[in-house]
Design a protein around this ligand. Sequence first.
Ligand code: CA
Length: 236
Amino acid sequence: MGQQQMTAKLLIVEDEQALSELLRYNFEAEGFRVTHCESGEEAEIIVAEETPDIIVLDWMLPSVSGIELCRRMRSRPETRNIPIIMLTARGEESDRIRGLNTGADDYVVKPFSVPELMARVKAILRRSAPDRVAEVLNVADIELDRSAHKVTRGPREVHLGPTEFRLLEYLMESPGRVLSRSQLLDGVWGRDAFVDERTVDVHIGRLRKALIRGKERDPIRTVRGAGYVFGERAPK
Ligand code: CA
């Protein structure tokens, strides 16, 4: 803790174990949620399941190359806009250019420094997914400050437990969008957590209780059979 909080989802596709572990360690320390795989085939499955905010993609992979994966992702509407940073080996000048033609957003040449890659990843995310890297989220009269770990509604400070804080943060990253219970479970508790979907309802209940005083509007709407939406306009 004490670091700038981020919740961006990063997928690392790299078959060199030492490098992928180094990257995972450093990006997790910066608050990223990191998924890693070693092949293009695995990467396609992961991308379809959890839509990363950004992908760090090695050029040289077994079977499907990074460049081929990049091309495939750019050809599909669902994955077309996911930013990709390619890792290339030194001396691949023409390949590098080809990499950008294929649709990579940026590239770094091995060996690179981790802070350099980190800076590029953050620079892209500030454009493509600003809510994932913003320090302060605002939706209507509710403000969530990630670095201060503080929530206010109007002038009043709202005190939340760690799970409710994380839940609110996740909801505020996608205002107006229906989030299913399983999306909330994955996003807040993590994919490997042993909790069921009723747990989500319990914590939504606690969050509402903390957020609403007197006649204040409920910022969370339950969508039957679908999930929850945060921060819609006031009903007429
Ligand atoms: Ca490689």
